[in-house]
Design a protein around this ligand. Structure first.
Ligand code: FMN
Length: 332
């Protein structure tokens, strides 16, 4: 399948693995890229630019296919040394960067000068248009369903994607709630040129996280995520657990007076405990509603091959069937 996204990034299939804190290590990025998608190393999970340079080199040892790096731009008071991280990316020969969080505008000249293709993750049409204006090559349009930070507009992909298609000139991928061939065909139908998956890629053989995390995703349903930190305008969709229930109780008690310090124990430094040690109640961790569509733990290649086969089958058989008259009695 060729789309604007496969051509932009030089990949075989229009499937991107979104950056994920304490998940997007070299093992996962390489496995996704080896399977024909675009694997992404999560830049800030590496505590220093030097460590990111090593992680890029490790990934390069595991794949000769293109892979990218995610750079999440945090509020100014906690800003890591972004120019140094970008230097590590450029020197590592990376040609694709997924930016997220705040606008990457200040860093676009450095990224473009190095010939890097930038895909910015946005949760709204207005932010997508801004990304286009400042020279991003593509956008990852992240609907309300998504794991992580869905923004504050709460527009699901059924509306957000066609709205993005109405306004954008640059290509975009659908992000949030994507899991299988059905998701890919739906995304293409709504105007996207591919899809970005986060949560689904955690439940794969190669994702270097504790087995408890993968099992929790298989066990979870679409009813099991919660939105937290809404009153701080930093909304995050997470998997429900004992500590998330406690966090929500604190939010209820404090109302508009909630400060980040009030929920420090539930959100600060919890990712290593969950992802690496498998302490599933240690705190809040990002997870999409798509957990309801995750029923197994395949390898990245099995997952991507299955998605592409299913997408082709849906297009050639199910959709064409509606046109050639055989579709009326077809269930799948
Ligand atoms: N997005 C970022 O830009 N930076 C991150 O550090 C980041 N960490 C994430 C950690 C986890 C555990 C998950 C599930 C998502 C994270 N995301 C992050 C968001 C994903 O890149 C992706 O946009 C999102 O998961 C898409 O929604 P989905 O989970 O429904 O596929």
């Amino acid at each position: 399948m060729k789309t604007a996204i496969t051509e932009l990034f030089g990949i075989e299939h229009p499937i991107i693995q979104g950056g994920m804190h304490f998940v997007g290590f070299a093992e996962l990025a390489a496995a996704v890229s080896n399977a024909g998608g675009l694997g992404i190393i999560t830049g800030l999970t590496q505590k220093t630019p030097e460590l990111l340079a090593k992680e890029i080199a490790r990934c390069r040892d595991m794949t000769d296919k293109p892979f990218g790096v995610n750079l999440t731009f945090l509020p100014a008071f906690s800003a890591p040394p972004y120019p140094e991280y970008i230097a590590a990316i450029v020197e590592g020969g990376i040609k694709a960067v997924e930016t997220a969080g705040r606008s990457p505008e200040a860093y676009m000249p450095a990224l473009k000068a190095a010939g890097i293709k930038v895909i910015h993750k946005c949760t709204s049409v207005r932010h997508s248009l801004k990304a286009e204006r400042i020279g991003c090559d593509a956008v990852s349009v992240d609907g309300f369903e998504c794991g992580g930070h869905p923004g504050e507009d709460d527009i699901p992909n059924m509306i957000l994607l066609p709205r993005a298609a109405e306004e954008l000139k640059i290509p975009f991928v659908a992000s949030g709630g994507m899991a299988d061939g059905r998701s890919l065909v739906a995304a293409l139908s709504l105007g996207a040129a591919g899809m970005n998956m986060g949560t689904r890629f955690i439940a794969t053989k190669e994702a270097p996280v504790h087995q408890n995390v993968k099992n929790a995703l298989v066990a979870a349903t679409e009813l099991d995520t919660r939105l937290i930190m809404r009153s701080l305008r930093n909304t995050e969709r997470v998997l429900r657990n004992a500590n998330v229930d406690r966090l929500i109780e604190i939010e209820r008690e404090k109302g508009d007076k909630l400060k980040i310090d009030d929920i420090h124990d539930q959100v600060a430094g919890v990712y290593p405990k969950i992802m690496l040690e498998g302490q599933m109640d240690a705190g809040a961790w990002s997870c999409g509603m798509v957990a309801g569509l995750i029923h197994d733990i395949p390898s990245c290649k099995e997952l991507i091959d299955r998605i592409m086969e299913e997408a082709e089958q849906i297009i050639r058989s199910r959709l064409m069937g509606f046109l050639d008259g055989t579709g009326a009695t077809r269930k799948v």
